[in-house]
Each structure stands twice: as C-alpha cells, then as structure tokens.
Design a protein around this ligand. Sequence first.
Ligand code: GEK
Length: 243
Amino acid sequence: MNSPRDNLFAQTLGDPGLFTFNEAVVGVFPDMIQRSVPGYSTVIAMTGLLAARHARPDSRIYDLGCSLGASLLSAARHSETDACEMIGIDNSEAMLSQCRVTLDREQPDNRIKLIAGDITEQEYSNASVFIMNYTLQFIAPKKRLALLTKLRGALQPGDILILSEKIELGEPAMNDLMVDMHHDFKRAQGYSDLEIAKKRQAIENVLIPETRDAHFARLKQVGFRHCECWFQCFNFASLIAVA
Ligand code: GEK
C-alpha cells in the first residue's frame, strides 16, 4: 500500500517546533522513514531473519518503539516465530492506533499484542528477542543504561537485542562526511534543502545519537557477552547484542 508523501517540513514560513510523533507524522510515517533512513528496508527485512533464528518457543519477542509494526510483521513472516508471543510497545497513541489498523490488515490472526506506554517504565520478562529499531535515540541519555539493564535481565544466554540507531562518528571529519551523505541521500529521495534543514532543526535535542563505541561499551556493561555491527549505511547502524 502506498503511504501519503511526507511534506511536513516543506512550508517556507515559521519555526518547525519540536518533532513529535503526532497524527500528522503518523499519516506520512512509512514514506518518511523510508526516505529518511538509509537502509531501512534492509534492516527491517533482516530483523525478521535475526528474530526467526533466535526466537525460542513460548518466549516473547518485544518490539520497543514499534511505530506501525514493521519489524514485528517482518518477524511474524517466519514460521520460527509462530510459537512466540509478540508484543509491540509505543508511547504515541496516534502511532499505535494506526498500527492496529495495519496489523488488522496484514496480520488478521491478532497474534501481535500492542501496549501503549513508555518503554522505560515497562517490566519485561521471558524474552528471547528484543527489537529496538531507531528508538533508543529518542530516550533521554540518562535513562538508557537502566532500560538496557532491564532488557538484559529479561533475556537468557544466547538471546538477542537488535538495536538500530542513528550514530555519531568519533572522528569529526568522518562524522561531517556521513552527515553530508545522509543529506545527499535525502535529497536523492526528493526532499528539498529547506525540508532537510527544518527537519534537522526540529529533531535537534529530540534525537540524541551516540557513537558505536558508546553503544558497545554500555551493552557490555549491562552484561551482553557479544556485540557486533551487522549493518551500517552512512550514520545509521544496526547492532546485534547477544546475552
Ligand atoms: C520501525 N521501530 O518502523 N516509549 C515508547 N515509545 C517511544 C518512546 C518511549 N519513551 N520514545 C519514542 N517512542 C520503528 C521506528 S520510530 C523512529 C521507530 C523514527 C516511539 C515513537 O512514538 C516512535 O513510534 C518510535 O519510538 C520511533 O522500525 O521515527 O525515526
């Protein structure tokens, strides 16, 4: 199904304000994320494969910041996940109500449960796979360690967290190049310079990226035994952490 085109930041006048996941964003979300996150389709498809390989029967697969359910739907396509409970959590009511519509259309057997709430305030148990694609970046940095500690505590050895994030690069020259390449990617996807600049302004201080090394160090700190970057396109990386 075609998603309405994202032109939320196309107007020339006015302060864009702070970016929030409101109804306007939800209405164009599939188009926005596809044209803004390089490698998004690959990450979602491979998330399904990674989840299928690590899904343990009678355990839970959680998707934190599930938005419209893309990662859960990808995991649900693989029969290895059939014996798992699948749970999506998001704190945007607008996002979740559209997610319900999408799931009813794509996954009518109702096997994916949705929870409206803040992922930092949930209790987690009996998980084999946590998916957190492009969500940790929106959590206040001081809350990230406690969240990851909870996730690790709900996993058994060998289980996984899939963590995709916009990242910062340690070396300033390379960081500048990757940011420029991301903007070139957006231009090639049809966004204007004005839209790119306004989105950047709206998202500053809302999306707070960290380096890959900072992610690896914290994942190790909370008890993940192995971490690797399995995909990166410019300044967007997807990590796997094994409990
Ligand atoms: C995808 N994973 O399609 N608690 C719960 N949800 C939150 C919180 C929070 N504290 N903060 C933000 N969110 C998806 C894409 S989008 C990424 C994830 C993006 C939710 C927010 O409402 C939104 O739905 C999601 O996290 C981030 O693969 O738009 O760049």
